[in-house]
Design a binder for this molecule. Structure first.
Ligand code: WT7
Length: 641
């Protein structure tokens, strides 16, 4: 029997797209009708982008875990829901069937309840990529607690900021996490984050590395002991909390061009439908396939395409604890062969880094199970695309280039694997329901004349089910960030081209946000961290093209600290400070000490000039006559690192 809403031909795509625009309510009601609802919605969509206010499936009641777990039990209780591959290939892998996963989720949901977690409470989850992370996330969703997963690479300070912003009273963490040859002391980072914190009541610690940890009486509890307690209490199944379609499901922090990271809020109904709909259509998931998304659950990609998308579709999702290059650069290929992976989804930065090892790590690997390849997170250069196609897909797997954002919940522009055309470097066509527009700086829509390819800032005219609803605790910030630049539209922050076929090619961020190895980092955030370093007077951070990371971080720093410190040492000290304040992922790749920054008479830093110099393009810097002190540009040019 064909899947009820899986689009199987280009023609079907066009028809579906048309219908989704002319009758969005009817279109999404039809899709939503295939899910498990406790109560049907009263209204499909209600919205305005001025406040902004977006409500999908108002009045509908559901629990996403019933859709991800319970509804599969009748037919696929013993099918693996999660396959887990440990960091070390020498350790045993684990399999959680749908039945087992539901059991564990219920058990941990009882643990949360035993410890006072209630519907609407925020639970911060800071764990490595082990099955217990998936269990913790789903257990929160089960009881209606709002999960806020924080990537294991963030510093104590970053966690503290997120805890405070979300007013989280509960944390689930691990003693430590394995990543390649490293072992990361997660609990100890949490302990640092909790110095001076008065809102966190309870920290549940799951053992993984069994590195020594401090356990504070009355606050810290062992995962294993709490799980055992539930068993002893004779507690098993837990009824899923009935959630309103518009109740928050999770918060995920992401960087913007100003200030601290913002807590993007996704809700239960719309997000579920989008995660599922895009998983089924973009990846062209077929029952029985093994899906391997290499992202960390600490990012939106992991939320949507390791957990909620695949599980809501009853798929088997492979979760990998380690990194692509350890113990060697053939790790992904070994995993693909070991589990006979059918769908493989990774980031261009990972492909480029593996390309650097040549084809030797691919020798002796079959990869014959692969059927679909995907990329996400940044524009993919053609060289990487062709390498992926030739050496991984053996030219027989369609490649999907999926463009989306933390704020969009799931894919918005992508080809459908093997169904709609693929063009290297192009994300191609919008999902059904998506009304994309390109606008110029004044917000005027860019319209092509004839067959020309046009470029502009990428905006969206109307909501899709998984659009962010707010930024936690600060709705005004959501409005100004996304809905105020161009009135009546959601602004993505990306620039794009559109060709005569209506295909989109994303050219990258047009705001002060960097994309480093597929991770989003705000330049202002890095500057703030650098400026906290003793002796630093001012700094300016820009991106520059980086062969593997896509973008590297280039920092110009005015430093007047102790002159007896060597420059090289000061650089290292600054990197330490940035690691402390944000995390190692935000460490600048290059630091240039300068005596001044190019500023306009009104004091604004001319980033355009700094960007050009960082890119090595010093010949044509454009107009510098408006600068307060044009001489500073010469100095910066000459001192380029
Ligand atoms: C930014 C969003 C989507 C999950 C991972 C990143 C860039 C994402 C693509 C792509 C070109 C892409 C955009 C976007 N981006 N996918 N296929 N082609 N650029 O999520 O951290 O929220 O970052 O990543 O610039 O705005 P994120």
């Amino acid at each position: 029997m064909p899947h009820p809403y899986q689009i199987r031909t280009f023609e079907e795509y066009k028809t579906a797209y048309q219908k989704s625009i002319t009758d969005p309510d009817g279109f999404w009601a039809e899709v939503a009708g295939h899910f498990l609802w406790r109560r049907k919605w009263d209204k499909v969509l209600e919205w305005n982008f001025t406040e902004p206010r977006v409500e999908w499936f108002r009045g509908g009641k559901l629990n996403i875990t019933e859709n991800c777990l319970d509804r599969h039990i009748a037919h696929k209780a013993d099918q693996p829901a999660i396959l887990w591959e440990p960091n070390s290939p020498d350790e045993h892998n684990r399999t959680l069937s749908y039945k087992k996963l539901l059991e564990k989720v219920c058990q941990f949901a009882h643990v949360l309840k035993n410890n006072g977690v209630k519907k609407g409470d925020r639970v911060c989850i800071y764990m490595g990529m082990i099955p217990e992370l998936a269990i913790a996330v789903l257990a929160c969703a089960r009881i209606g607690a709002i999960h806020s997963v924080v990537f294991g690479g963030f510093s104590a300070q970053s966690i503290a900021d997120r805890l405070a912003d979300a007013q989280a009273a509960f944390i689930v963490t691990c003693d430590g996490a394995y990543r390649g040859a490293k072992d990361i002391p997660l609990k100890s980072v949490i302990d640092d984050a909790l110095i001076g914190n008065s809102t966190v009541k309870c920290v549940i610690v799951c053992t993984r590395t069994r590195t020594p940890v401090s356990m504070l009486k009355g606050r810290d509890l062992w995962w294993e002991e709490e799980m055992k307690r539930v068993e002893e209490q004779g507690l098993h199944f837990i009824e899923a909390e009935e959630m309103d379609a518009e109740d928050p499901l999770f918060i995920l922090y992401t960087s913007g061009s100003t200030g601290k990271p913002k807590g993007v809020v996704h809700t239960c109904g719309g997000y579920m439908i989008w995660a599922n709909y895009t998983f089924i259509n973009v990846f062209q998931y077929q029952p029985g396939q093994i899906h391997f998304c290499t992202a960390d659950i600490g990012w939106i990609t992991g939320h949507t395409y390791i957990l909620y998308g695949p599980l809501s579709a009853g798929a088997t999702s492979l979760m990998f604890e380690g990194i692509p290059t350890w113990p060697d650069a053939g790790r992904f290929w070994d995993i693909i062969d070991k589990y006979k992976v059918n769908i493989f989804y990774t980031a261009p930065t990972a492909i480029r880094s593996l390309m650097g090892f040549g084809t030797a790590p691919l020798q002796g690997k079959s990869l014959s199970s692969l059927q679909v390849l995907g990329t996400v997170g940044e524009p993919i250069n053609e060289e990487a695309w062709h390498w992926y196609d030739e050496h991984v897909g053996k030219k027989k797997c369609p490649i999907i280039d999926t463009w989306w954002q933390t704020e969009t919940g799931g894919c918005l522009i992508s080809n459908f694997a093997g169904v709609t055309p693929a063009v290297p470097g192009w994300a191609t066509l919008p999902m059904p329901g998506l009304q994309m527009v390109l606008v110029d700086e004044n917000g005027k829509e860019v319209v092509a004349e004839g067959d020309e390819t046009v470029s502009g800032n990428l905006c969206i005219k109307a909501p899709w089910p998984a659009i962010l609803r707010t930024t936690y605790g600060d709705h005004e910030r959501c409005r100004t960030n996304y809905f105020a630049t161009y009135s009546g539209m959601y602004f993505t922050g990306d620039g794009a081209l559109r060709d005569k076929n209506g295909f989109y090619r994303i050219t990258g961020r047009v705001d002060d946000v960097l994309n480093v190895s597929g991770h989003r980092i705000g330049t202002a955030e890095v500057e703030n961290a650098i400026n906290m370093h003793a002796g630093v007077i001012e700094s300016a951070v820009v991106g520059y093209p980086h062969e593997i990371k896509g973008q590297g971080i280039y920092a110009y720093v005015i430093y007047s600290g102790n002159p007896t410190h060597e420059e090289e040492l000061v650089r290292k000290d600054i990197l330490q400070t940035v690691s402390r304040i944000i995390g190692a992922i935000a460490k600048p790749d290059k630091i240039q000490f300068v005596t001044g920054l190019p500023k306009t008479r009104s004091g604004k830093i001319m980033r355009r000039i700094l960007r050009k110099i960082a890119e090595g393009e010093t010949a044509n810097l454009g107009d510098t006559s408006t600068l307060l002190d044009p001489g500073v540009v010469e100095e910066i040019k000459n001192g380029k690192v």
